[in-house]
Design a protein around this ligand. Structure first.
Ligand SMILES: [Zn+2]
Length: 469
């Protein structure tokens, strides 16, 4: 429930793994989740002495595409910096990141007519992973380090504190994921750690322009967790302040099993990291012609596609948003709608039947099913079966309809027999219907489907109404 006294102020830092074959500064493969530990490593990402990093062009390109899609400025000069800290998952003792001259600045992401300002998009490298083994009972604890992730490219997308609720934070992260997938900059799978959202949260009295003390949340692995973690944290901060306490600036983890945030460590400040320009890498002077080529090659972005689906196909805004959120789905919709000539029904099928399965039929097959159902040749249930069968290589929809002997019963005398049997078999529902309980019709129609799955539902229901009336 929104609190009437407190305004929530949220900024987001999102780390995204750009789509590249190799790591940020060496030729190691990115590898897969579940590869044997330390199987994708070399002298460079192990931080051995005497090696030199080389910038991965594909990673820079992914950041540039992202920056362009977010309407960012791309300054002429950019450089890498060393962020110094000692932790066993960081064998060099520093992370190569960007401090005062990031690749891009000052962008925005449109959210339902509202703008979230993007402060910067920069490039850095990921760290390794610590694995703590042993059990609490015997205290025989050991720690291991897996450096497969060390040196994997990461782009960091940082917003201004423009987000005002857990809902908006989730919408922002989802819109960002859609954008990244649309432009091919990242697969952005949250569950695979390719997109990590770290919201920073503070509260202030309504009407105040001051920013409160913020906490930053980590360990968030899904959009649902992002939403819950923020809601929990806002409630916690309000309770702290209203009971006379003060919020402490810190990093807090999200515990999925306990559904709460917990203190991890006090927040570091920039000066703790002793940033300095990375001496092993020259500053990057980005070729303007390259940037313009990338700008021209950008596909239609989700925001404008959503608007076009409304204006060109007459879809309701909510349907357009669902379809435009997935480039493949939107491509399928547009191609199938053009063939079937029925945008509304095609959208229904795309949203109701195709999207939930995650398996996409060919546009022609989808259009054919839409047309067969629309023309009353087969029922919607049969259409669903036909669609599934085409995707399993069963042939075209009309071939399947012929093979399976699907055809609707639209003959009135035949339908009348079925409907009369339904009326005779359901005295209770008939009584209810006649007593004015219109929902009893659903039970009667369900029995029509059981007795004769091929019955044309529209004709059967009007016949029912006629015979009951
Ligand atoms: Zn390597």
């Amino acid at each position: 429930m929104p609190d009437t006294n407190w305004e929530v102020v949220i900024g987001m830092e999102v780390h995204v793994q750009p789509r590249t074959r190799t790591k940020m500064f060496c030729g190691c493969a990115i590898g897969q989740l579940g590869d044997p530990p330390n199987s994708n490593v070399c002298e460079v990402c192990l931080g051995l002495p005497g090696v030199l990093p080389v910038v991965n062009r594909a990673a820079v390109e992914a950041v540039l595409k992202t920056a362009l899609a977010l309407g960012c400025e791309i300054p002429r000069h950019t450089k890498f910096d060393r962020k110094n800290y000692m932790y066993p998952d960081l064998p060099k003792g520093y992370q190569i990141s960007q401090y005062d001259l990031p690749i891009s600045i000052n962008g925005r992401l449109e959210l339902d007519g509202r703008q979230v300002r993007i402060r910067r998009v920069h490039l850095e490298e990921d760290t390794g992973k610590l694995i703590h083994a042993g059990d609490k009972l015997h205290k025989a604890r050991e720690s291991f380090v897996d450096l497969n992730r060390a040196g994997v490219p990461l782009m960091e997308i940082v917003t201004e504190p423009d987000i005002r609720s857990a809902d908006e934070a989730r919408d922002y992260a989802q819109a960002l994921r859609t954008l990244l997938r649309t432009i091919g900059a990242s697969e952005a799978e949250m569950e695979k750690g390719q997109l990590r959202a770290e919201p920073n949260i503070s509260i202030r009295r309504y009407g105040s322009d001051d920013l409160g003390v913020k906490t930053e949340l980590k360990n968030i692995n899904s959009f649902r967790a992002l939403h819950r973690a923020i809601e929990f944290e806002v409630k916690r901060q309000v309770e702290v302040v209203e009971s006379g306490g003060a919020v402490v600036q810190e990093t807090r983890g999200w515990s999925e099993p306990e559904q709460r945030t917990f203190s991890q460590r006090s927040k570091e400040f920039a000066e703790d990291y002793r940033y300095f320009p990375e001496p092993d890498l020259p500053p990057l002077e980005l070729d303007r012609a390259w940037i313009e080529d990338l700008r021209r090659a950008l596909p239609e972005l989700p925001g404008s596609r959503r608007a076009r689906l409304v204006s060109e196909y007459g879809l309701p805004a909510s349907d357009a948003a669902l379809i435009a959120a997935d480039r493949e789905l939107a491509d399928l919709f547009e191609a199938a709608a053009k063939t079937s000539g029925d945008s509304k029904q095609t959208a229904n099928w795309v949203i109701g039947e195709v999207a939930p399965t995650g398996r996409y039929p060919s546009p022609d097959h989808l259009a054919e099913v839409v047309t067969l159902v629309g023309a009353g040749r087969i029922t919607r249930d049969q259409g669903r079966e036909v669609l599934a069968e085409t995707m399993n290589g069963g042939g075209s929809p009309s071939e399947i309809v012929a093979k399976r002997g699907f055809a609707q019963i639209s003959d009135e005398s035949e339908l009348r027999k079925i409907v009369e049997a339904v009326i005779a078999g359901n005295p209770r529902a008939v009584e209810d219907y006649r007593a004015g309980k219109k929902q009893a019709m659903q039970a009667l129609m369900a029995d029509v489907r059981t007795r004769a799955p091929q019955a044309n539902p529209k004709l059967a229901s009007s016949l029912l109404i006629k015979l009951l009336g």
